[in-house]
Design a binder for this molecule. Structure first.
Ligand code: ZN
Length: 294
């Protein structure tokens, strides 16, 4: 949203600047065309995405738990329950490996468990965002911008050629998006199945996968994550079986609620298609200025 607002404000400002007639344009149909709104909207939007810092505190396990000091790492992990129970929301960056990874499943189910008493029957505030959403939204932005730029600045006088090219853009993007979502729904189905059969002892854990010998330096890994998770699970859920049951019942429900019907939310569709207006602001600026001259 901030990128969209900043990009659009940048484009509108350039529209105002264009009216002063100080910027060079390019000639099409005997008119000097502005291209400044698109040229400014795109980099301003991209820079805002890269440098915008949202307010509010965030706990990122890998960064906030000491990964180098064994004692501090163990303390951080054992106290993660306190962090989870005082967190207002939980963000899952979802991909198809999510249900296989011990840490991901452990943290999400611990958060659901810790928040259950607080919110009653309603599911706690878990936001599940598929990583694919970023790729699809980014490709839609590029496609609609290319569409807009082509529609406004193309050099063809032949309407049939122009519309054929526009249709090709839409077709190429459509095929990409459909293919991406088909793959995504297949992986979601696979993930749900994995969660329904979840067992802590089978979940993927890095230290166990390398037999507790660090391949980088050949040294033994001093703490087994699975054992720490087992300790936490036993103290929070009573027994490992209860934790497995909780994962099998709560997680598919949380996942389906957000990822099933609303995989590409309406707000994201609006946001990623909105940059199509930037080239048309150029169009508006050009004709606004030419009317003032005539
Ligand atoms: Zn291990």
């Amino acid at each position: 949203m901030p990128a969209l607002v900043c990009g659009t404000v940048g484009a509108l400002l350039m529209m105002v600047v264009w009216q002063f007639g100080i910027l060079p344009g390019f000639i099409k149909h005997n008119l000097s065309f502005s291209c400044w709104c698109s040229a400014v909207g795109l980099p301003v939007g991209a820079l805002t995405i890269m440098f915008w810092r949202p307010k509010g505190l965030m706990f990122v396990d890998r960064m906030c738990i000491n990964q180098f000091d064994v004692r501090m790492k163990a303390e951080g992990i054992l106290n993660i329950g306190a962090v989870l129970s005082s967190s207002k929301s939980f963000l899952v960056m979802f991909d198809e490996s999510y249900a296989e990874r011990l840490w991901c499943v452990f943290e999400l189910s611990a958060f659901l468990k810790a928040q259950q008493g607080r919110v009653g029957d309603k599911l706690p505030n878990v936001q599940i965002k598929p990583l694919l959403l970023g790729l699809v939204a980014g490709s839609v932005v590029v496609c609609v911008l290319a569409l807009g730029v082509f529609a406004v600045f193309n050099p063809f006088d032949n309407v049939i050629v122009m519309w054929s090219m526009l249709l090709l853009f839409v077709l190429a993007e459509g095929i990409f998006v459909v293919h991406a979502f088909r793959r995504y729904f297949r992986s979601l189905e696979h993930t749900l199945q994995q969660l329904r059969d979840f067992q802590l002892q089978n979940a993927f854990c890095w230290c166990c996968s390398v037999n507790h010998i660090n391949p980088a330096n050949g040294q033994p890994v001093p703490v087994c994550d699975r054992e720490i998770v087992r300790q936490c699970v036993t103290s929070w859920f009573g027994a490992e079986d209860k934790f497995n049951e909780s994962v099998r019942s709560l997680l598919p429900q949380a996942l389906m609620q957000q990822l099933g019907a609303d995989a590409f939310p309406y707000k994201w569709i609006l946001g990623s298609t909105a940059p199509i207006w930037w080239p048309f602001i150029d169009y508006l600026a050009t004709y606004q200025a030419s009317e003032e001259v005539s």
